[in-house]
Design a binder for this molecule. Structure first.
Ligand code: AMP
Length: 176
């Protein structure tokens, strides 16, 4: 486990000033190039929720899909994509959320999560928590139970977990 975490830390690439000046982008794509490390990552991200009877894995566009799909298979759960507006074909609920400047929106098919579902939210990076909190908002309208979140990376200084209302938040790597 420690070995895999060390390998992950070495493999994730820091790209300075992307997508704008002052941001250090944590690029997870090198992890995807290494099948053994990718598989270990999926296993470790799933681990805390193995006994939680998760029935839906909700993953957030777009890098969240890369982790959400294999985690759903690993946990034997259905996969639910949350997407930017206008991308989902059937009837969808929408939530708007605040960005640093302006607002953004996310959508989820209205019949993807229902009463009795136990839901895990997956994304690659927890930064300010705005995106994950928006996903929680969508799930709150369904009658399903939000069990927790799993991230590959948490950017601790941005305090995103404070927006996630004391739900279980798991992250493999923490960056200060
Ligand atoms: P937030 O809503 O601020 O928690 O931002 C989370 C979303 O933005 C995630 O879907 C991440 O993929 C992406 N993100 C935010 N900051 C970074 C970063 N420094 N490096 C890579 N991805 C990031």
């Amino acid at each position: 486990m420690t070995r895999a975490l060390d390998d992950l830390k070495r493999t994730i690439r820091d790209v300075r000033n992307f997508p704008k000046p002052g941001i250090v982008f944590r690029d997870i794509t090198p992890v995807l190039l290494d099948p053994g490390l990718f598989a270990a990552t999926i296993s470790l991200m799933s681990e805390p929720y193995r006994d939680e009877r998760i029935s839906r894995v909700v993953s957030i566009e777009s890098r969240g899909f890369l982790f959400g799909a294999p985690i759903a298979l690993e946990l034997g759960a259905g996969l639910v994509p949350i997407r930017k507006p206008g991308k989902l074909p059937a009837a969808a609920q929408r939530v708007e959320y605040a960005l640093e400047y302006g607002t953004d929106a996310l959508e989820m098919h209205h019949d993807a999560v229902g009463a009795g579902d136990r839901v895990l939210v997956v994304d690659d990076v927890l930064a300010t928590g705005g995106t994950a909190a928006a996903a929680a908002h969508l799930i709150a309208g369904t009658g399903g139970t939000l069990v927790g979140y799993t991230f590959l990376i948490e950017l601790d200084a941005l305090k995103g977990r404070e927006k996630l209302h004391s739900k279980r938040v798991e992250a493999l790597l923490h960056y200060t």
